[in-house]
Ligand binder design. Structure first.
Ligand SMILES: [Zn+2]
Ligand SMILES: [Zn+2]
Length: 200
């Protein structure tokens, strides 16, 4: 399984940074998790990263905020509408494809779904902004197995001790306490930005 960050507030050289988040998950199918704020930037980064847009079968949107859904229309046009779009409208956890699941929409005011991916090393949780709370998301995934990693935006999350048993901590996008996380978990912290690839 391969994860490629295609939209983030920070980017590697030659790629465009912008406020928002999107990550491509490549497994037996290709799933785009969120679409960033602007399709021009999204498509630019995907092209630079040699991603074939028509290969993407599914788009999962974490929540209905512009910095996660803004790129959707432009992406679907370029994808020739081949992808099925999954909005956060189910309350229960459900399977997307074999080994890849949604937590279902969590949260009271902002409904947000996260993905969890089954890998040899354990579960990887992929989050958009984590509005429902990173701890709440982790708790909802825990019952399905050992959590190996968490990747994405940790909006306002400050209960950093909740991350202590996680072996791959990759906060990006709207994470407020990135520096504190890096300081507390120097061994397991991983810096990610547009162009970062995580292979498991
Ligand atoms: Zn948001
Ligand atoms: Zn966001």
């Amino acid at each position: 399984m391969k994860l490629i960050i295609v939209y983030d507030n920070e980017a590697k050289n030659g790629l465009k940074p912008d406020w928002g988040f999107s990550c491509l998950v490549e497994d037996t199918k290709k799933i785009l998790f969120d679409t960033g704020a602007d399709s021009e930037i999204l498509l630019y980064n995907m092209k630079k990263l040699n991603i074939n847009l028509e290969d993407i079968d599914i788009v999962v949107l974490s929540h209905n905020h512009w910095d996660h859904t803004g790129g959707l229309d432009g992406f679907l046009k370029a994808n020739k509408n081949k992808a099925k779009v999954i909005w956060p409208d189910k309350k229960e956890s459900f399977k997307i494809i074999k080994g890849i699941y949604s937590t279902g929409a969590l949260g009271i005011f902002i409904k947000e779904q996260s993905l969890f991916l089954k890998t040899k090393k354990g579960l990887i949780v992929l989050v958009g902004c984590s509005h429902p709370g990173v701890d709440k998301i982790l708790n909802s995934v825990k019952k399905y197995g050992k959590i190996y990693g968490i990747i994405g935006g940790f909006h306002g999350f400050s209960k950093l001790e909740k991350l202590k048993d996680i072996e791959l901590i990759a906060p990006c996008h709207c994470t407020q306490f990135k520096e504190e996380i890096k300081e507390k978990y120097p061994e397991t912290y991983k810096e990610i930005k547009v162009g970062s690839i995580i292979e498991i």
